[in-house]
Design a protein around this ligand. Structure first.
Ligand SMILES: C[S@@+](CC[C@H](N)C(=O)[O-])C[C@H]1O[C@@H](n2cnc3c(N)ncnc32)[C@H](O)[C@@H]1O
Length: 250
């Protein structure tokens, strides 16, 4: 499947995203997860940026993801007793024999679902897996129309060392598709290995949403009770907002 995060991306994910994202969304999701008394599910758990800390802090948390490579990295961090908490499943049709008090899909997971039918299926599947009063939280970026249309052309947005003296770089290009409402993102990873610079490209389409489309979508799903915040501190949406933080309640 084209959308699956590939091996090289999974390999360098922690190094890149702990630096790029943790100061933005870490406290919000960790607070939501650790405040929850019952079971928690992280959809699109990835390499466990939130999962491992949440588990260490006593959360009864489960995780699913569609990328075997991302899951492989996460499993390598878990003791055998906790590994069964992680499964290879899709948000659209995942299944558990029990329900959750909180389900989160942090860091744009929902933007990987491209078509309306799958978006509704995903929302309804999540709804079915929540206890009454349970919450579902997703975050999506608000499209910056100027940047969206201009696109990015080989912009280096991360540079670091994955081992002493060995560099890794992430270079991003984007192409808009206004009819399909997609941003086609190409990630280039360049890294030093065996005295050469290796390079791998991966193109992934991300579905962008506007506010009222998002509201219509949720209202077409089984969720009736929801709110959309404009940032991770709980502020209302306004013209400076960069995020849709959607909290749906069963
Ligand atoms: C940007 S990463 C976020 C990982 C982690 N939640 C974090 O915040 O670091 C998005 C993750 O969603 C997963 N994903 C994408 N589409 C999915 C789907 N349909 N069902 C489940 N997981 C999906 C990807 O494989 C990837 O691991």
């Amino acid at each position: 499947m084209q959308n699956e995060y590939p091996q090289t991306f999974a390999r360098f994910y922690d190094l890149i995203y702990h630096q790029v994202r943790n100061n933005v969304d870490h406290d919000f999701f960790i607070d939501e997860i650790t405040r929850t008394k019952g079971k928690v599910l992280e959809i699109g758990v990835g390499t466990g940026r939130f999962f491992t800390e949440a588990l260490n802090r006593g959360a009864d948390i489960y995780g699913l993801d569609i990328s075997p490579f991302m899951i492989q990295v996460l499993l390598s961090k878990l003791s055998p007793v906790h590994q069964p908490r992680i499964t290879l499943q899709n948000i659209v049709d995942f299944h558990y024999d029990f329900q959750f008090d909180l389900i989160v899909a942090p860091f744009r997971v929902f933007m990987h679902i491209l078509d309306k039918a799958s978006q509704i299926k995903a929302l309804n599947n999540v709804f079915r897996h929540l206890n009454t009063g349970g919450k579902f939280i997703i975050d999506l970026f608000i499209p910056d129309l100027k940047q969206l249309i201009q696109g990015l052309d080989h912009q280096t947005d991360f540079e670091g060392e994955y081992e002493a003296g060995k560099k890794v770089r992430r270079i991003v290009s984007t192409r808009p598709d206004l009819i399909k409402q997609l941003i086609n993102v190409t990630f280039r990873i360049e890294w030093d290995e065996a005295n050469t610079v290796r390079c791998e490209d991966w193109e992934i389409p991300m579905r962008f949403f506007f506010r009222y489309e998002l509201e219509h979508l949720i209202e077409r799903s089984d969720f009736k009770d929801y709110r959309i915040m404009g940032d991770y501190s709980g502020n209302e949406l306004n013209e400076k907002s960069k995020e849709f933080i959607v909290i749906c309640k069963r």
